[in-house]
Design a protein around this ligand. Sequence first.
Ligand code: PMP
Length: 310
Amino acid sequence: MIIDSIQTAIGNTPLFRFTHHDFFDIPEGSVVYAKLEYLNPGGSIKDRLGVYLIKEGLASGRLTKETTIIEPTAGNTGIGIAIAALAENLQTLFVVPEKFSLEKQALMRALGAELVHTPTEEGITGAIAKAKAIQKEHVDSYLPLQFSNPANPEAYYHSLAPEIVADLGEEITSFVAGIGSGGTFSGVARYLLERNAAIRLVGVEPEGSILNGGASHSHEIEGIGVEFMPTFLETLPITRYATISDSDGFAMTRRLAKEHGLLVGSSSGAAMTAALAEAAQLPAGSQIVTIFPDAGDRYLSKNIYSREEY
Ligand code: PMP
């Protein structure tokens, strides 16, 4: 395969098939499929969003060649936008809460982005407020705001979801995926629902996220979990939310690496934990689809594979 730009290598990721032989929780005859989004060139599912946001921004006239793109991000969206911005020679500036991994910050910088930090305690809400304040100082700037921009779920509706249906057909029993902005979950869920109204939709969050009604507090699983209800989820018929502890999420992340060679991040471990619980409660013959959003090597400084406490 010969390519002329790295952006063309985004998408068309494989689906990894897990059966009873891999995990006893999966009834014989049922299958859990995981979409390996960490194999995208920027190492995450958010490469798809970067390309889509910039294409949409240029088409709608909100972006020109002179525009600086500003975005609050935990890192993967920044990396995705920076990769897409390179192809168009656009400047990028990302507002990142301090707690997020150093590797993700280094990767954003490697791609030419400028970074501004906000205090960990202020969460993503603080980063959003700071990004809005910075935008006012930049005359020609564009703030895509993944948390409220409908282009976020659309990116997944138009790219990731059709790939799943092309590989598996429309009879998917259950879709289980992590929720950060909610873009991936709602975009894919809508596409699948249009093809099978009976599909079960299971949103995955870490303990410390508010979707199941608990109080908001910090957690170690990175990339998922919310401090407020994402707007994209409001009208979706969600079957239930699965709340996964840091210790279960990290244990599964290590197991995926050690037993299957899947070097994924902790949100993938959380998604797999929830997908297995879902498989265990469904009849044999079910098809459960989940998503492994990013790569684990961007969390090595956080001892993702060697931490003792989890
Ligand atoms: N996992 C990881 C590692 C992420 O970075 C993100 C995006 N923050 C997600 C899952 C969740 O994706 P979304 O924002 O589309 O809900």
